[in-house]
Design a binder for this molecule. Structure first.
Ligand SMILES: CC(=O)N[C@H]1[C@@H](OP(=O)(O)OP(=O)(O)OC[C@H]2O[C@@H](n3ccc(=O)[nH]c3=O)[C@H](O)[C@@H]2O)O[C@H](CO)[C@@H](O)[C@@H]1O[C@H](C)C(=O)N[C@@H](C)C(=O)N[C@H](CCC(=O)O)C(=O)O
Ligand SMILES: Nc1ncnc2c1ncn2[C@@H]1O[C@H](COP(=O)(O)OP(=O)(O)OP(=O)(O)O)[C@@H](O)[C@H]1O
Length: 483
């Protein structure tokens, strides 16, 4: 491809060299540069890619796309100074991979909780409705049934567009993706052509990155602000920022709610551990999901399906056949008659929601034992809050490890316990080894009780000092149950 064809729509400040050059590839990582390619130097969050320009040139890069002032003295190299190299990377990746998002009906899901569930269920919905579809999610990426490993919730623009191009090549019509606040802030989604956006909710998370809730909301809102007129913007109006998300968008605005008037409305009729009886826009159905929060997710799925032009009655039929996503409220029954629930809840709000969902079903018949930890090198302010929420809504709490990364596991647990008073500490155990914590919970549980094992969900590792050791909550529970 010619360099000048890749620069269409990009804010170029200055070009020094030959813009008619044919290039063999594009790369943001100097270590992966192939001879003849263009290296895009990203400013980065912790690391500045501009410092690797010479490494990229050593590997044969012919073009350097940069934002900062750099040494442009090499005659044989073409230097392109752009206003914003992160934005340029997204748009260049889009063009390099043949603008795949324009060939797909692409819907992005943003929000603190429910992104994976909503995006995955949309993917399953459309496949069950007979369409070829793709999915980009925290758990895995899918191209019409073929699975690819996921490294991020929303990958970097090169990997992202490469995956979308795979979907186009496989004949997919639809693509559903999670849009994380990090990705919006780092412009990983620049250049993508969305047909719809969904906002699930916003509660405290990722303050290590965004610093304040206002900045976190601003990042989320940027996604809706940039949706085109042709797209739909579907928001949860029961969230206090649901309407805020719609303020500046050009997209067509739609709402969903369990509490108030909305375009897509649900009423809960009956709750049990195997599912919920609900009414969606006045039609009754049985879904295989537990908890009001899941009714919200299903409502978003239903709304987006209808907004993408599918028949509402068919959508409801498929909705009743959908099953929970891996590690989200996964229920395991012990031979002794108690229940273990493995759930990815790793934010205060998600933990509260899952525990409330358990109580709604238990109705006071049985105790709740919660095993929970907080990640290392991430938002510290949520630690005491999560411990307090766990204690408030459980009969017994075991604080344990959850991806300590480069922090001391005991120190993280202590931060959590610091949020508890003496009374609350009386029903709390601190057990660093997660396997031991789960075993202890199982020893304490009696018939009718529920153990919530929160935080890791689908993850099959424990991240300790940069090494991912195999660990799977569900595997531990199944071993204890003798399965
Ligand atoms: C804090 C954060 O978000 N960091 C992301 C950011 O990294 P960064 O800019 O600091 O640094 P970097 O990628 O190491 O280097 C900057 C540039 O220099 C280049 N480089 C670097 C080294 C070298 O030798 N040569 C070279 O060219 C890199 O390719 C890059 O272009 O850009 C990288 C490339 O896109 C991401 O991989 C990286 O994600 C890190 C690994 C991460 O853990 N991110 C998490 C927090 C994240 O993004 N999470 C959200 C979901 C959150 C949630 O909802 O739970 C996600 O979407 O996954
Ligand atoms: N709509 C919702 N509202 C509140 N909590 C939810 C909602 N949906 C799911 N949860 C809770 O959050 C956990 C994570 O759900 P899910 O993976 O769908 O969210 P996510 O936004 O993709 O999170 P992440 O980006 O961190 O992967 C679930 O295990 C459940 O406990």
């Amino acid at each position: 491809m010619k360099l000048k064809d890749l620069l269409k729509g990009i804010d170029v400040v200055e070009i020094k060299g030959n813009e008619n050059l044919e290039i063999t590839g594009i790369q943001t990582d100097s270590r992966k540069v192939i001879a003849g390619s263009a290296f895009i130097a990203l400013k980065g969050v912790q690391v500045d890619g501009h410092q690797y320009i010479n490494n990229a040139l050593d590997l044969g890069a012919k073009v350097v796309i940069h934002q900062e002032k750099v040494d442009t003295s090499k005659e044989e190299i073409t230097y392109v100074k752009v206003k914003d190299s992160a934005d340029a990377a997204g748009k260049i990746a889009t063009l390099w991979y043949g603008d795949p998002s324009a060939k797909l009906k692409l819907v992005g899901v943003t929000g603190t909780n429910g992104k994976t569930t909503t995006a995955t269920l949309l993917y399953e919905m459309f496949r069950k409705l007979g369409h070829k579809a793709g999915l980009l999610s925290t758990v895995a990426n899918y191209v019409d049934g073929t699975v690819y490993h996921a490294t991020h919730t929303t990958p970097d623009p090169l990997s992202l567009n490469e995956m979308l191009a795979k979907m186009v090549n496989a004949g997919c019509e639809y693509a559903f993706m999670e849009v994380s606040s990090h990705a919006i802030h780092q412009k990983r989604i620049s250049g993508l052509k969305f047909d719809g956006g969904i906002f699930t909710n916003i509660t405290q998370d990722h303050l290590d990155y965004h610093k304040t809730m206002a900045e976190y909301l601003k990042a989320k809102k940027m996604f809706f602000d940039n949706l085109p007129e042709t797209a739909f913007a579907l928001t949860n109006v029961d969230d206090k920022n649901g309407s805020v998300m719609l303020q500046n968008t050009k997209a067509k605005k739609y709402t969903y709610s369990v509490k108030t008037l909305a375009d897509f409305k649900a009423k809960i009729i009956e709750k049990h551990f195997d599912g919920t009886a609900v009414e969606f826009n006045n039609k009754e159905l049985q879904v295989q999901f537990v908890g009001v929060f899941n009714v919200y997710n299903l409502l978003a799925v239903y709304g987006a399906t209808v907004l993408l032009g599918q028949d509402p009655d068919e959508a409801l039929l498929v909705l009743s056949t959908l099953k929970p996503v891996s590690g989200r409220f996964e229920t395991l029954r012990s031979p002794e008659g108690y229940t273990a629930i493995v759930d990815y809840a790793h934010t205060p709000d998600a933990l509260t929601n899952v525990l409330e969902a358990i109580h709604e079903v238990l109705e006071g018949n049985g105790r709740v034992i919660t095993v929970v930890g907080c990640g290392g090198n991430r938002d510290k302010t949520k630690r005491p809050i999560m411990a307090r929420e766990a204690v408030r809504l459980s009969d017994q709490v075991i604080l344990t490890s959850d991806n300590p990364r480069f922090e001391e596991p005991q120190a993280i647990i202590n931060d959590m316990a610091d949020g508890l008073n003496n009374q609350q500490l009386k029903k709390t155990l601190l057990i660093v080894e997660r396997e031991q914590a789960i075993k202890t919970a199982c020893t304490l549980a009696k018939e009718g009780d529920v153990i919530l094992i929160a935080g890791k969900g689908h993850e099959d590792y424990q991240d300790v000092k940069g090494v991912k050791h195999h660990f799977d909550d569900r595997e531990v529970v199944r071993n204890i149950f003798g399965e």
